[in-house]
Design a protein around this ligand. Structure first.
Ligand code: NAP
Length: 243
């Protein structure tokens, strides 16, 4: 049985592991960012590898035959390290990454590459929903005189870093009705979102369209020049081609 390392941290990683566990010897890897991650149902290691050289050592020591990068589309450093390490270790490698969202009729999206640009777009005095994760909060230091609501999965361990705003705790998925009710109850006027893609966190965009709210959408980082599949079924087929 071929031994597969799945770099996890996305819902697709969990689906992929469930689909291949009977045919491959699967090890999953999590960064350790979420305090209580959902069970993956396979051997799981947690924490960084120590850069590219650490990952190359791990691939050799753990006798990994195939690397599947099923990290989140914005985990750019891990994806870059995975591509370099697989090449150095001489093993097969594929990136599983869902397609990005595209606006449809009624959506009002403004695209940015960096969150530091958001302050030039959203006027002072507005209430802003940040669906971008706790780690991005430092990028919004120039958003003075706006009320920021930052949704996080784990309860915060420290105070909100800015005078005007707070954390909102919740684990997706949320229904469109839940998102509409939340945006209305907090008088949200703008959303800031990463172009994560997929259905699981799409409901906030559908809610924004229903309410006529504008959205600042961060574009995805570029992918390295490696094989990429955009669905779990295509990844399973790619893996079967490696046996
Ligand atoms: P990142 O910036 O690309 O990676 C930073 C470092 O974290 C990597 O260099 C690596 O450390 C370690 N790392 C990341 N993913 C790992 C994994 N699956 N297994 C072991 N080590 C990992 O990543 P990130 O954006 O902080 O994301 C961290 C994790 O959260 C990923 O698994 C990702 O799928 C998940 N996630 C990210 C986002 C997001 O918006 N970025 C959203 C939802 C989930 P070393 O260099 O020491 O190996």
């Amino acid at each position: 049985m071929k031994r597969v390392l799945v770099l996890a941290g996305s819902s697709e990683a969990r689906e992929l592991i469930a689909a291949i566990s009977s045919r491959f010897d699967v090890v999953a890897s999590l960064a350790g960012a979420t305090r209580a991650p959902l069970e993956l149902g396979c051997e799981t290691r947690v924490g960084g590898f120590g850069g590219v050289s650490g990952l190359v050592d791990y691939l050799r020591d753990a006798r990994i035959d195939i690397l599947v990068d099923a990290t989140h589309p914005f985990a750019a450093q891990m994806t870059d390290h995975g591509a370099q390490a697989a090449s150095l270790a001489g093993i097969a490698h594929v990136v599983l990454q869902r397609e990005g969202w595209v606006p449809t009729a009624g959506d009002n999206w403004v695209f940015v590459d960096r969150f530091e640009e958001v302050a030039q777009i959203i006027p002072k005095g507005c209430t802003v929903f940040l669906g971008t994760g706790r780690q991005t909060l430092g990028d919004f230091a120039n958003m003075v005189n706006r009320r920021l609501l930052c949704r996080v999965i784990d309860p915060p361990q420290g105070p909100f870093p800015y005078d005007s705003g707070r954390f909102v705790v919740g684990r997706p998925p949320f229904s469109i009705a839940e998102e509409v009710a939340f945006f209305q109850s907090e008088s949200v006027e703008w959303l800031v979102v990463k172009n994560a893609g997929g259905t699981r966190s799409r409901s906030k965009l559908d809610a924004a369209r229903q309410l006529g709210l504008p959205v600042v959408m961060q574009r995805r980082p570029a992918l390295p020049d490696v094989p990429v599949v955009d669905r779990v079924s295509a990844c399973v087929a790619w893996l079967e081609g490696q046996t």
